[in-house]
Structure formats: structure tokens, C-alpha cells
Design a protein around this ligand. Structure first.
Ligand SMILES: [Zn+2]
Length: 198
């Protein structure tokens, strides 16, 4: 029986009710994400087995803190729009397979879900990444169209991020705002990257 993605973010923004095994909790988080997202979204940790166990343990201990911070970034984006224009969106951190070539993804089937690979982008640039995926949610399309550009420009102005220059090709829009990559994505999930104040 697949987990329902509805309320997944709500449940994984709060600390666990009891102190269980962090590795099991992290494993459960990844499993719930996998079961609740389409097959093409490949949620996976990379590296040796012992490192993946450590990453699961770190996720088990820290994931609610990361997801709560992402929620606050999402709310900053939402505040740029009138309430009537805001789609219902949830947001979760997820390690995505490297060969997908994605730092984040907006799953448009309701409930609209933003998955953010916080391991691939410096924490200072998470807001830009969230704004990009949120713009897809607002427009309701995965494409980098004129309407997407207008929405992203509005969000960037509201958030104090650099606006996409006019006349950009859809390929350039696909990576706007510019986000600085983490040099070692696995290091983040091992807890070796300083976290933002969240
Ligand atoms: Zn995009």
C-alpha cells in the first residue's frame, strides 16, 4: 500500500514522538518519498553502504529541521502572491539521483509537491531554487515559457533575487536564478556542511 503524499511534509516537519533508531527513521523517510512520488523521480543516496547508513542516520536526526527551513522559504515565496493566486503546495528535502541532472523538481499532480535536493546547492541559494520550482507550481507547467518567466520575475523582485534578464532563452531560464553547487553532495547528507540557521 503506497504512502499518501498528502500531509507528508506536515508529518516530516516535526520531531519524532519518541527517540527511535535514527537510521530506521531516515530509511523510512526515503521510502515514503519513493512510494509517494512518480517513478521517474528517483530518490536515492549515493556512495558506499556504510556511508549511506550514516546518511540515513543523519536524515533521521535532522530532516524535520531541514524541511521546516524549506517551509519557511516556501512561505517567503507565497508572500509574494495574493492568497487567491497561491496554489496549495508542499515542500520536502530529497536526495535525487545524480543522472537526473536536477537540483529540484516540481511534481504537478495534486497535491503539488516541491522536492529540493538540498545536497546539491549551497544553503545560501536554496531560496532561489525554491522560487524556481514554486514558479512551476504557480504556472502549472514544467516548461520555461513566457508565463513562467513573468512569474519567476515577479517572485525574484519580491524576494530580492536577481531577475531573469529579458529575452533569455528557455534553456537559460531552466537554471535561473543561478545557484552555486555544493562541491560534494554526499558530504551534505553526511552532516559535513554547515546548515543555515533553521
Ligand atoms: Zn524549471
Amino acid at each position: 500500500m503506497p504512502y499518501s503524499i498528502t500531509n507528508l511534509a506536515n508529518r516530516w516537519r516535526v520531531p519524532p514522538a519518541s527517540t527511535g533508531d535514527p537510521v530506521l527513521r531516515g530509511t523510512q523517510y526515503l521510502e515514503e518519498l519513493r512510494q509517494a512520488t512518480p517513478d521517474f523521480v528517483r530518490v536515492e543516496l549515493e556512495g558506499e553502504l556504510c556511508d549511506r547508513m550514516k546518511m540515513c542516520g543523519w536524515i533521521g536526526l535532522q530532516i524535520q529541521r531541514i524541511n521546516q527551513h524549506l517551509q519557511s522559504l516556501l512561505e517567503e515565496c507565497e508572500a509574494c502572491l495574493h492568497s487567491a493566486d497561491r496554489p496549495s503546495v508542499q515542500i520536502l528535502a530529497a536526495p535525487l539521483a545524480t543522472d537526473l541532472g536536477l537540483e529540484g523538481i516540481c511534481i504537478l499532480q495534486p497535491p503539488i509537491t516541491l522536492l529540493i535536493d538540498v545536497g546539491r546547492v549551497l544553503p545560501q541559494d536554496w531560496l532561489g531554487l525554491v522560487a524556481h520550482e514554486y514558479a512551476h507550481a504557480v504556472v502549472g507547467s514544467p516548461g520555461h515559457t513566457v508565463q513562467f518567466q513573468q512569474t519567476l520575475t515577479h517572485l525574484c523582485l519580491g524576494l530580492g533575487l536577481p531577475s531573469p534578464p529579458t529575452g533569455r532563452s528557455s534553456e537559460s531560464l531552466a537554471s535561473w536564478p543561478p545557484c552555486r553547487p555544493q562541491i560534494h553532495p554526499t558530504a551534505f547528507w553526511l552532516g559535513r556542511t554547515a546548515l543555515p540557521h533553521c
